[in-house]
Design a protein around this ligand. Structure first.
Ligand code: DX5
Length: 220
């Protein structure tokens, strides 16, 4: 399974999100992650449906929309209509996760499930057969620029084993938070293949394209 580098716009210049996303696209990114936060599920408020729709007009890459919101099922259709290609919901935020994942896939969109750092892999055991992506948060969600949580490495390994045992070796594990040149090879060794990076891309002295290339080199 190939490595995907997925810049998160949360760390980009919010006065120029279109340009930031385009820089990632032309700089060799595989997808763009849009972090949607509601101030309830996480202690921050960021962007929503209009920003996804606006970026959809300018970006050809897959839009990987990470819903850090309570009861995400309320907005799934709106984000799909706005142009999301991948919609990831948190297992901690949805009482009817199986129904939500099923609905996303019935709409023809890739469905991801995300786990906060303290959430055990077993919490998603019965949804693994139905998802297209598993997102392991390697920081506490809400902000960019945080330190990687080392104890997530065995969790990545465990999820990879669980997916492979189900015959889902096609389902990538995505990691998100504190991913940089130092942590990239270690999460890949543990089984991650999609690497979300905010500050390691948008705050890099290498520039966006250079940072993406450097991360990819460190990961492969
Ligand atoms: C955190 C977000 C992450 C964050 C990553 O809640 O989901 O995508 O932007 O930022 P870095 O890569 O700087 O840790």
């Amino acid at each position: 399974m190939s490595i995907w580098i997925v810049p998160s716009i949360l760390s980009a210049d919010f006065t120029a999100l279109g340009e930031a996303a385009q820089a990632a696209e032309s700089g060799g990114a595989d997808a763009i992650q849009i972090d949607v936060m509601d101030g309830h599920f996480v202690p921050n408020i960021t962007v929503g449906i209009p920003v996804v729709a606006a970026l959809r007009q300018r970006i050809r890459l897959p839009l990987d929309v990470h819903l850090m919101i309570e009861e995400p099922a309320r907005y799934v259709d709106a984000f799909i209509e706005a142009g999301a290609d991948i919609l990831t919901v948190h297992v901690e935020a949805d009482r009817h996760l199986h129904r939500t994942i099923q609905h996303i896939r019935q709409r023809g969109i890739k469905a991801g499930v995300a786990l906060n750092p303290a959430t055990p892999p077993e919490a998603v055991e019965y949804i693994l057969p139905d998802v297209d992506l598993v997102l392991v948060m390697t920081v506490n969600p809400g902000f960019g620029g945080q330190a990687f949580i080392e104890t997530m490495l065995p969790k990545i390994r465990r999820l990879r084993t669980m997916l492979d045992a189900l015959g889902r070796s096609d389902v990538p594990i995505e990691v998100d938070g504190g991913i940089n040149a130092e942590t990239a090879p270690r999460v890949v060794e543990a089984g991650a293949r999609w690497l979300v990076a905010g500050s390691a891309v948008y705050a890099s002295p290498l520039g966006v394209a250079g940072a993406i290339q450097h991360l990819r080199q460190r990961a492969e």
